[in-house]
Write a protein that binds this ligand. Sequence first.
Ligand SMILES: [Ca+2]
Ligand SMILES: [Ca+2]
Ligand SMILES: [Ca+2]
Length: 274
Amino acid sequence: MTRLVLIIAVATNLVFDVAPASAGMIVLDDAVAWWRMDSNTNDSNAPPASNGTVHGDVGYVAVPGAGFRGNNGVAASFDGNDYIEFATGGGSELYGNFSDGLTVFGRIDPTLDSASHGNVLNQDGYSGGVRCWNLEASRTSGGRITWRVWLGGTSYQIGLTGVSDLYNQPGLHDVVGVFRPGAAIEIYLDGTRVSYRTTGIPTYLDASSTVPVVIGRRAGGVAPAYYDGLIESAAIWNRPLSANEIFGLSVPEPTTIFLFGIGLIAMMFQRRRR
Ligand SMILES: [Ca+2]
Ligand SMILES: [Ca+2]
Ligand SMILES: [Ca+2]
């Protein structure tokens, strides 16, 4: 029994301690696109490389948390008139009807200056354009996170309000929107599911070959809805991540210390038995 605990603890420590960022990085490495936003808008998971084109003056600033969860300690800064656009066209890993599912991730610190709908990451043509999906940190209702998907122009929307007002919670937070075809749409905050819907869920989403994927504002329409604040990183998977995988993106740092402690205790028991 002790030997088993030892093996589990040491193995777990290998995952969490030898490479401190690996818990989150294992999941992020599996994304079709992962934008680390340390000095540019390039996709870390290439090929294929879904590199972004900057519009405006996106800057880069130091943030806490370097060395954990894929965070290199730098975030992109948006001040209300900047965005990053990704090329449309056939064959791109970012586009499709996501009949196998979709997960969208942003590690963000929005500011109170954000528009009423501060678009973190979306393919949302808004008024007059095709709307596919969007992830927002909205000023409306005190900083709620909203995740929407569309099929046939119908909005399947869930929103998070009140208790998780990101504007009054300083620092970076992990927000995740998940589409599970025919089953659920879900919002996760810092690794925990905070909102979900299971009725009326489509088996695929509207797709567009002309509306681009965009970070920092809506892809199109009459109201750009700029995001204002920091984005440390963002990613897209063309499948629904499991709850465990999403927790792994945001695994709290004390877990490392806790598991390291279990490993030490197990080793001490092992030595005393000899
Ligand atoms: Ca890629
Ligand atoms: Ca600007
Ligand atoms: Ca970063």
